[in-house]
Design a protein around this ligand. Structure first.
Ligand SMILES: CC(C)(COP(=O)(O)OP(=O)(O)OC[C@H]1O[C@@H](n2cnc3c(N)ncnc32)[C@H](O)[C@@H]1OP(=O)(O)O)[C@@H](O)C(=O)NCCC(=O)NCCS
Length: 195
């Protein structure tokens, strides 16, 4: 189903320390620097990183995310520090089905921004927006079980582990890999004691 036009998507979302907004072409150089700095820790989990090496690649990546934003096929955003405005990483709220209002969250951080709770805060901001702004019925996070740092994010936040889809998604080298499914539905969300 196409994006329901009675729903508005704001230009930016905020947490206490992060600002989430779509990347613009002016952000391409900083995006490239973040990827160069973080290639070692991103490449095993994010295959698209392998294709971003030059400023032209970064600009093309940004342009693709902007097209998807306009069509509402993916709401991809940069994660920026509210204090200083620098790029910390990226995130996506991906609609699986607009009519069912089911969404999936993805995230990454540049190496120098890890270990401070920015991913957890980003997931909280996107989850809150999904349930309160988009009237979501389900918000999920899919993680390769080998990705301990990524698994820890939904686990710490109280997402419900629903099971593992074995050999259901491509691994870093295209091989079939497992995915753990963590999710929240509205009743779960209301029970969380997030600040
Ligand atoms: C997945 C990824 C975003 C997790 O990053 P992260 O920094 O570990 O996660 P958070 O930002 O939530 O930070 C949590 C860490 O900060 C610490 N922390 C410090 N201050 C904190 C605060 N105010 N609030 C919460 N946590 C805080 C936590 O204790 C935790 O530390 P630990 O890992 O030593 O236990 C990062 O490893 C990454 O970009 N990986 C590559 C891309 C990827 O795998 N993406 C996911 C694909 S499914």
């Amino acid at each position: 189903m196409a994006f329901p036009h009675d729903i508005s998507v704001p230009d930016a979302l905020h947490g206490p320390r992060v600002l989430l907004r779509p990347l613009g072409l002016d952000d391409a150089a900083e995006l490239l620097a973040a990827i160069h700095e973080s290639r070692g820790h991103l490449t095993p989990w994010l295959p698209w990183v392998r294709h971003v090496h030059t400023i032209a690649d970064a600009q093309a990546f940004v342009a693709r995310t902007r097209t998807r934003w306009r069509r509402r096929t993916d709401l991809a955003m940069g994660i920026f520090a509210r204090n200083g405005g620098h790029l910390l990483g990226g995130c996506t709220l991906h609609p699986h089905d607009w009519s069912l209002r089911t969404f999936e969250i993805g995230y990454w951080l540049r190496s120098t921004a890890t270990g401070r709770g920015h991913a957890a805060e980003t997931v909280q901001v996107l989850t809150r927006f999904a349930f309160e702004g988009l009237k979501a019925n389900r918000v999920e996070i899919r993680v390769d079980p080998r990705n301990a740092k990524s698994r820890a994010v939904p686990e710490r936040l109280g997402f419900v582990y629903e099971g593992t889809l074995r050999r259901s998604a491509p691994g870093a080298n295209g091989e079939p890999a497992d995915r753990m499914i963590f999710a929240l539905i509205p009743d779960d969300y209301r029970r969380l004691d997030w600040p």
